[in-house]
Ligand binder design. Sequence first.
Ligand code: PLP
Length: 405
Amino acid sequence: MSLPPNVYDAEPIPAAAREEIERLLQTGDLFRYTAPQDAPVSLLEREFADALGSGYALAVSSCSAALFLSLKALDLPRGARVLVPAFTFAAVPSAVVHADCTPVLCEVGDNYRIDIDDFAKRLDHSIDAVIISHMRGHTSDMDAIMALAETRGVPVIEDAAHSLGTTWHGQRIGTIGRVGCFSFQSYKLLNSGEGGMMITDDADIMARAVIMSGAYEHNWSKHMAATEEDAQALHEAFARWQNRLPLYNLRMGNLSAALLRPQIPELPRRIADGRRNHDYVAERLNLSPWIEVPAKLDPEERAPDSIQFNLVGMAQDQVEAFSRAAAERGVKVQVFGLSADNARAFWNWQFLGELPELPRTRQMLMRACDTRLPARLQLPELDVIAEALVRAAQDVMGNIRGYGT
Ligand SMILES: Cc1ncc(COP(=O)(O)O)c(C=O)c1O
């Protein structure tokens, strides 16, 4: 039998990064604001903004930092209520708390997307902002969400941590809401170990975020924009906010930018490979009567780096047995609601105080499985993973059916 593939390693960092890092090590030029211009972080911001077709980009220490700064940049009042899907990573409601706001959770359906009826119900006049986590790169119905948010005049922040390269009606995820936030943690499509990016077309939001990220004194003058006109608007906004905002120092350093810049040209290939891998495994898993990979929404073109699927017709002990059987066959499956202290299970977010009950999301989390599927895997490796998962379901359900006859 073929050995199960290593799904934890990321792709090697392109050689060009090593040369640039050697140069930075020689000069010690690691702080983004030391050079008078064209520091690696500034260049990365421009290249990333251009790749996404966005006016402005700010590189920071993580996606969580980008979410926090987005909320601060929106100038929300203390205690503002921010609507967040109940299926996301704990760092997202944490960013809301960090920004002195209150997270309000809404239901997520068994296709991992926001339950639009519940979202509409909770988007009442008490809500000041919305964060849409495209969790694991699954896009919720952005037509409905934007229409509802616009009707209520509420700004939308897109948490696109896992959605770099995903499109909705051909538009890049992260450019639909007022602000888009991305992660460069190692399991994402661009990898610097840690890191994040915030994009927007709004000069005022960008100027506020840049200053609060740690552009003290006049370091903001080293930030660039897509056009002369955008640069002018940004500089006017910087002048308006000079000395009026706290400095949270969430900057990215030049070494991280040097790791990321040569990966940007790799993006189209990584997106295509990730989608190919996902769809290949999904097709095979969907042949099993016990496994269902929910379909994407029509306007969505995904860029996955992992696969999620629901176990069908299994009781709780069978779900647990499936997870064990997959592990024995060499494939680690995380059932979001079952693994102890899982950071994506809303009932573990005890820092929020009293937690609401969200039965639809809970039900989904108790059956939803998560397996890594990096873009660098090749078809024979995908066969091993798909085969192990299908057989693990048979190990459990095949036997149970046998006992009943
Ligand atoms: C949906 C989602 N949002 C935000 C984050 C936070 O990203 P970071 O680790 O860059 O802070 C993550 C982390 O993986 C995530 O899964």
